[in-house]
Each structure stands twice: as C-alpha cells, then as structure tokens.
Design a protein around this ligand. Sequence first.
Ligand code: FES
Ligand code: MG
Length: 576
Amino acid sequence: MADKPKKLRSTDWFGGEGKNAFMHRSWMKNQGLPADQFDGRPVIGICNTWSELTPCNAHLRDIAERVKRGVYEAGGFPLEFPVMSLGESNLRPTAMLFRNLASMDVEESIRANPIDGVVLLVGCDKTTPALLMGAASCDIPAITVSGGPMLNGDYRGQKIGSGTHVWRVFEDVKAGKISTADALAAEQGQSRSPGHCMTMGTASTMASMVEALGIGMTDNAALPAVDARRRVLAQMAGRRIVDMVRQDVKMSKILTRDAFENAIRVNGAIGGSTNAVIHLIAIAGRLGVELSLDDWDRLGRDVPTIVDLMPSGRFLMEDFCYAGGLKVVMRALAEKGLLHLDAMTVTGETVGQIVRDVPNYNPEVIRGFDNPLTEHGGIAVLRGNLCPQGAVLKPSAASEHLMRHRGRAVVFENIEHYHARVDDPALDIDENCVMVLKNCGPKGYPGMAEVGNMGLPTKVLKKGITDMVRISDARMSGTAYGTVVLHTAPEAAMGGPLALVRDGDMIELDVPARRLHLEVSDAELAERRKSWVPPQPPQGGGYQRLYVDHVLQADRGCDLDFLVGKRGADVPRHSH
Ligand code: FES
Ligand code: MG
C-alpha cells in the first residue's frame, strides 16, 4: 500500500544550508530545540482543538503530550498547533455554523506549515468532521485521536446520559414530575469527568466513525477520556504517524469508498447520530469519493442496531468500552459479510485483521444480530414532494406506532414562532398532529441548528404523550430521540416545499416505504409560491455572509461549495 517516500515536505523548509533554511530553523530554535530535530526526520503536526470553552476537549493538552512521546520514540519531530475549537454546548447560534470555518483553519494551517504528517485531536461533535475535512483537502498522512467520552453520568443512583437526560429531565419538569432541585442534581451528576458526551450522540458516533473508517487507532471509539489506556492509545498514534510518513500512507489511501461503506454499516449497528450522514458526505466530498444519501439508505437499511446505548437504548459509552468496544460490533458485521475486510487502517492492519476473534464481554450492551435493539437500524432516507432532495429519520430513536402516520400540520415559521406558539393554550394541537418547523436549515438558521426534536406542547406532555411526528430542515442532537424528520432539502429558506406548508395541511409519513408526502396539489403549491417571501438572513456580513452564500444543502454535506475537493499540500512559493 505504500509508495516510496519522496523528499519530505518539511525538508523544503528545514533542509540545506541556504538563507531560507537558516531563517526557518533559527526562529524555531528559540523554543529550545536541538539542531538534530531539523535533520530531515518526519515533522508531525499535532492539530489541537483544546479549549476551555470546549469542555469536551479541555483535556487535550495532556493527550497531545502523549502523542509527542510516541512521535519522539519513533524518531519524529512533533509540533503542536491550535486550530479553532468548536464546543457544542456554548457556541451560538450553533457549532455547525463554524464546522466549515474550522476546516479551513485546519487545511490552511497544515498546508502552509512544514508538516509531513498530522495527528488530529478531536472530541466534541463538530471538531471531528472539521479536522478530517481540512486535513483531507491536503491529503497528507493523518491519524485522528479522539479525546474519549466522559464517565457514565450519575444521578441519585441512576446512570444518566449526556444530552439524553437533559431532554428527559426537562420533559419531567414541564410535566410536573420532578422539582428544579432534582434537575440541578442531574446537572451536577451528568458531567462528572473530562471527556465528551457519553451517550451514542454525535461525538461518540464520530469517534466510532473514526475507528470504523480506519483513520483512528483500535479502541478509539469507546475508551473513556480518563482511562489510562486512552493516553497509551495517543502515544501509539504518535509512533504510528511517523511510520506512516515514512511509508507515505496518505489519507486518501485509508479513506476509500470501501472505508465509507464500512462506516455507514457501523453507524447502523451502533444506532449512530443522524449528524454522521452530513459529516461523512462532507469528508468524502473533500477526497473526491462519491457518497450520497442513497448510499446511506441502501447500505444501512438492513443493519440492525445491536449496541444498546442511549439515546436509543439503556447503556453508556463506559459500558460499551468494558463490553469490548467498537471492534466487537465490527466483528459481528464482518461475520455477516457486511464489511470490506481488506480496508486498510492507520494501525497498519486491515479491518479483517483487527476484528478477528475479538471477544464480547457483555452481550447485554453489545447484543447479537439474533437479538438486536432495533431490527432496522441505520438511517431512513425519505423522499417525496415535501423533500425532493431527501430528508432523514433515525428509526432506532423513533416510536414504532408513528412510523406510518398521517396527520394535520401545525406550522412554526421559525424558531421564535415555535417558542412563542408551542405553549399557547389557544393552539389547536394534539398528539396526532404533525409539528412542522421552518427556516432552521443551513441558510435559514443559519448553520442548521439542532432544534429538529422540538419539545412537545406542555398540554400534550401532560397527557403522558412523549412523542409526536416532527418535520424540519434542522438537525437533531445525536443524544436526542423521537419520530423526527430532519434535514429536509431543499430547506425552507431557499424556497423548498417545506416553506409552503400551512396549518391544516395533511402530511403522510411512511418510513417503511421511505415516503414523506404533503397532501397539497402541485397547482396549489405553485399558487402559494407566488406569495412566498424569502426570510432575511439574520446577519449581513462577516463569516455568516460567506456561509449563507456558499453552503450546500444537507444532501451534499453542508460544506461550502468552494471547499469541496482535494487541493493537496503543495505550495510553490516561499514567504521570502
Ligand atoms: Fe461536546 Fe456533546 S457537548 S460532545
Ligand atoms: Mg451533540
């Protein structure tokens, strides 16, 4: 799989006796670096999303030190550098708005610097795709090291999961079942160690995708952030990346079409986040690998979800780790003939070699295909006149009785309208209605916020009802659940059919038939379109302007149109 290494990129900066090399080396030496570091050994960038504003990644300085040890041990020269960090819990209007911006930071930082290979330190949801996208556009050797999940949440003797219990606790507060003091205890106990969300939310899903794609080390998905083995993993990644540079194993040799197909199947088996659909399409787009929504439906459709983790199931990432982690799931898929076993990984072994004979230590957490959590895991891709470019739904997080449902639309024009209206006692709504939320897509919000699992009206919750069909152009947190149609494209803010839905229209959802239909004639829709006024973008200039002007729809991964593709790592001109 390896080409003979050509001259290393870094030699262009640090090699030789000329004036440029003097300058490049001399300034670096102010950090106390011995001369032999510049003797032509591989320079390894450690691309760090550490930030105290990204709590999920706040421990990554320590992980970076472990990577450095490994790089030194293998005879490389490690250099840590920061890139924009994206913390899901704090960023407004939504971290997703900045995924592409961070990816640009990553791409340009790698290409512009004397880096031969890179270790990507990630954790919180958007940090993983942002770094993979940016590095993929440069296509140099890379290994992704995730920061690992938090320990299981603990609340009065119960296990509680990041995000998932936020929704549950607040439904209970709204329904009058628990006090605000109870909610505070849950807040304290939910996040009790370093690491990212420990449900099978987007962060854990993406850490699993990293391992499934072969771009991370074995056990990258599940080892808790505080587990000493996570630090060992980081050190081993440091050793491996030096070898990969010597063998010139570029990202494109790992992230092949086969690797993406493996990842989609794994996503079905773990009951992974719908956000992975968007992120994997975007990463593939950077490498020129064709990947579409239909691939998601076709490959994931018949994969049962066998990992019993919240939000779909009962357990958490710590339990998943002790059960044996992702390689056990991959073994089960391999035995069903559902994986490309020849796919090469950054470990130097193929998928087939890694998963052979790995034991399952807890069949309650990682169940068998004969006893799945959900028969049809994966992601359902819906089509119909309401979503000509598709929409998605996660069957494992949905309610069985709503998978075929016809109901009257109750429309919220935007997120403010939803907040103002949902608990209005005069609102004519019951559990059979279909809640429709507009203008929360990539351009509309902007950034496609995770508001698709909009909370149910209090009067419905008080009846003990916990789910209703909801449709929007938004995303949903990977920690959320419900019969929620997401990523409807084209989005309302672009004049997609979603923009034309009115209160009282009948909508039919048929997940087994993959159908989403608005029962309004084409003629009537054309009539309504005449009076449709596009919403004003919320901010006129700056990055938001660039984003709104160039963002692609969800079916194309929400990348910026001009960022799609691989631009390589060559820079012909010097800076002086
Ligand atoms: Fe960072 Fe969930 S908020 S992973
Ligand atoms: Mg999330």
